[in-house]
Design a protein around this ligand. Structure first.
Ligand code: KIV
Ligand code: NA
Length: 267
């Protein structure tokens, strides 16, 4: 295998060395994430982060394939996981297989991720039985934003029992790992303790077996809003604004381009 990290390899990290995951949508960003992380996720968050959509519901297979192909060219070691977009896997296991197989064939990813628990578990089992490693995603599942009526924290009160059933259902279906998004900490911790597959947290718990963030969020590049669970490890958005304003001023005041940026007629 060209890549060092595989879905079974990551599954075996349960309870051991933390699984580090970030999103990437382009070749240069994938290269940087690959150098430091275990998993590069081509998230359908690309629709909001790079395309200005107001949810992930409008993201298409074509968008995931285009960004997946770009990301693949930047990866040497990490496991590449591509999100199945809304509408590509819910109708039937067969439809899901066709679309997952297309994502794998056209992007070269090593696994797909899809949203949902108990209700989508038969589809996960169908894909896994046919050679497609699946990362599950439960808790806050943004593709269901219209059904949830917002991006609310999950697992409060009685809903924690359904969350527990979802976690066990995706594990029994053969998912090699499960993302827990915006789940109350005690429930994320309990699920992590009970499952034999790794949990990857985002707004979940430090007890999770791994962590994922949207790259542009933690770099301070996507600042439309900042969820509580994001730590900004840089302020690249602010730096970019300052740089662009300085460029505009330099062009206007004639200080750029200067003598060092032009070509003489003889070498
Ligand atoms: O689309 C995405 O970026 C994701 C992660 C936040 C888990 O699904
Ligand atoms: Na996603």
């Amino acid at each position: 295998l060209a890549r060092a990290l595989t879905a079974p390899g990551l599954r075996a990290r349960k309870g051991g060395e933390k699984i580090v995951c970030l999103t990437a949508y382009t070749t240069p960003m994938a290269r940087m994430v690959d150098a430091a992380c275990d998993v590069v996720l081509v998230g359908d968050s690309v629709g909001m982060v790079l395309h200005g959509l107001d949810s992930t519901v409008q993201v298409t297979m074509e968008m995931m394939i285009l960004h997946g192909r770009a990301v693949r060219r930047g990866i040497r070691r990490a496991l590449m996981v591509v999100d199945m977009p809304f509408g590509s896997y819910e109708a039937s296991p067969e439809r899901a297989f066709d679309n997952a197989a297309r994502l794998m064939a056209e992007t070269g990813c090593g696994a797909v991720k899809l949203e949902g628990g108990e209700s989508i578990a038969p589809t996960i089992a169908f894909l896994v039985a046919r050679g497609i490693p699946v990362m599950a995603h439960i808790g806050l599942t943004p593709q269901s934003v219209h059904g949830f009526g917002g991006y609310h924290v999950q697992g409060r009160g009685g809903t924690r029992f359904q969350l527990g059933r979802d976690a066990h259902a995706v594990q029994e279906a053969g998912a090699f790992a499960v993302v827990l998004e915006k789940v109350v900490e005690p429930v994320a911790r309990q699920i992590t303790g009970r499952l034999v597959i790794p949990t990857i947290g985002i707004g979940a718990s430090p007890a999770c077996d791994g962590q994922v963030l949207v790259l542009d969020d933690m770099l301070g590049l996507f600042a439309d809003f900042q969820p509580k669970f994001v730590r900004r490890f840089a302020e690249l958005g602010t730096q970019a604004e300052v740089a662009i304003a300085a460029y505009a001023q330099a062009v206007r005041d004639g200080s750029f381009p200067g003598p060092g940026h032009v070509f003489a007629d003889t070498p």
